[in-house]
Ligand binder design. Structure first.
Ligand SMILES: C[S@@+](CC[C@H](N)C(=O)[O-])C[C@H]1O[C@@H](n2cnc3c(N)ncnc32)[C@H](O)[C@@H]1O
Length: 226
């Protein structure tokens, strides 16, 4: 999907984003408890946080509820998402920065203690994704944690198809048109298998990578720059 299409696509979703996600992503809200648990626990620290592809700020909100002294950077390509992000995050803190940019080509900043990528890196194709992990690693401080929740695929073709079937069933139960969303996904997304994700993270230097939650074709992973 061209970047201009990405912006148009997400601009339309900005006002109703969270409600839509609960209908498209299984256990969307439950996942947030797990992401919160994976964050560091020292409330007094001023962690530097990057929420990449931040959308309307759902992950930054999780961070600020647990770690209110954090300095958060919300990075996104879509103006409407950044507007929604600011509306949400400014209720918690003044200690935030917005960057409008394309993480494929623009600088994402540096010296982060926590990096989050929620439902966004599947926009990179596999070659771009592999290279991108070096960019993430370079932007992280020592001992930084990088948490991702994203759409994935299984190595096994039969399992992959079965998981897609269960995902479509889930969307249908929520009142969405499963074929519409599935076609969009196939047309524009590049989900990766978890073994590649972990291999590529290891290649650039991340350690202790693990999957902490998985359902059908969705997973939460965490890794550390030791
Ligand atoms: C599905 S939303 C995810 C929002 C949020 N992180 C979450 O977990 O719910 C994907 C976001 O990634 C942003 N995005 C996609 N490609 C991007 C790129 N190349 N650079 C910056 N942001 C991008 C979109 O604008 C959108 O806000």
């Amino acid at each position: 999907m061209k970047d201009i299409n990405i912006q148009e696509h997400f601009a339309k979703q900005a006002s109703d984003y969270e409600a839509l996600m609960t209908r498209l992503v299984p256990q969307y809200l439950e996942q947030h408890k797990i992401i919160s648990d994976l964050l560091p626990s020292d409330k007094s620290k001023n962690y530097r946080v990057l929420d990449l592809g931040c959308g309307n700020g759902i992950l930054s909100e999780i961070v600020l509820k647990k770690l209110p002294n954090s300095h958060i950077t919300g990075f996104d390509i879509t103006t409407e998402m950044l507007d929604a992000y600011e509306q949400k995050i400014s209720k918690y803190t003044k200690n935030y920065k917005l960057i409008q940019g394309d993480y494929k080509i623009d600088s994402i900043g540096e010296s982060y203690d926590i990096i989050l990528t929620g439902m966004t890196l599947h926009h990179l194709n596999w070659e771009e994704r592999k290279v991108f992990y070096q960019k993430l690693f370079n932007s992280a401080n020592q001992n930084a944690v990088y948490i991702s929740n994203d759409i994935i695929i299984d190595e096994d073709t039969h399992v992959k198809e079965h998981q897609y079937l269960l995902w479509k069933q889930f969307m249908k139960e929520q009142g969405e048109d499963p074929e519409f969303w599935y076609e969009k996904h196939i047309e524009k997304d590049f989900p990766i298998v978890l073994s590649n994700h972990f291999d590529w993270l290891k290649e650039v230097g991340f350690q202790q990578s693990a999957c902490y939650w998985r359902m059908y074709n969705f997973a939460i992973t965490s890794t550390i720059k030791v």
